[in-house]
Ligand binder design. Sequence first.
Ligand code: ZN
Ligand code: ZN
Length: 360
Amino acid sequence: MEQERRVVTVVREFLAEKQYDAIIVSSWQNVYYCSSFTGYGDALLLITKDKKFIITDSRYYVQAEKQSGDYELVKAGAWDRGAVADLILRENIKKVAYEDLAVLYTMYVNFFEKLGVELFGVGDLFLRSRVIKTPEEIAKVEAACDLASAALERTFKYIKAGITEIELAARLEYEMRKAGADKPSFDTIIASGVRGSMPHGTASTKVIEEGDGVTIDFGAFCDGMCSDMTRTVFVGEPSAEMRKIYEIVKEAQQTAIDGYKPGMKGKDMDKLARDVIAGYGYGEYFGHSLGHGVGIDVHEGVPVSQRGEQVLEKGMIFSVEPGIYVPGLGGVRIEDLVTIGDNGKLRMITKAPVRDLLVF
Ligand code: ZN
Ligand code: ZN
């Protein structure tokens, strides 16, 4: 509640500054962000300088009252243009801001453009606000991380030769659901053996074999927030090169975490890890950014990349996930979430399982 009030203040300051009459919030992420409503995708919010409306249909009346009781409920389909146009007329609204980064062109043409108002894009208003987390949001991400870590530990005993990547993904997702996760925060990535060289190889029917490295990248979506974590483990003894690669990735991650200093930009932190990997001659095999922001979306602002000009600030949550991917051999990635706390200090949000090389 505290947080929604803050968000609505941000919205109203924006309206006042731009002299707009209202904003229509339509993406499920920002509807949730502003109102706590979890009927993802089935509601619109209309916020004016002194009123707040939630527009949703009969499937959600009870839920909307419960989750978004401080909004006035308008009983209509979210995309019922007539109902929204009536409301706009009644409230004497002329200038409307909308989520130009999230609205599909067809929605713009068939809905927004026909409301008979002047339209203005909100740009990155929500994104700028969402990258700085409240203590309440940080606690939620931390809880999601704890749940996911524990689920992974319970899944360890199933990691053995003969199981397929999909079976393993299903087991891990089951363990998360059983512990209370709403859903996985994205399609679980399980890439074993040579498939490990594909950084985003979603779980396939491939059977995990003796000697395979198994990269597991997964997350739990709990109470509106995501976790994101990667471990690479081995079934049977890894080759000398895979062992070496593992130690380099681990060193790169630790170097970035230890080397963080207040005021650093995303690109400075990326460089700390990238230099370690390049120093061992594997620079060309680390093709992605070191990290990204995590929140309601699993990828949410905060580029910790070679182009990351944004200063890493208090309240941000982002991943630190170096990796090395060698085509024909395999890959290793280790990923944990961190936050910047008081005094600009970096704090781990993921409380492991271990980062040391594990052989099953
Ligand atoms: Zn991940
Ligand atoms: Zn990630």
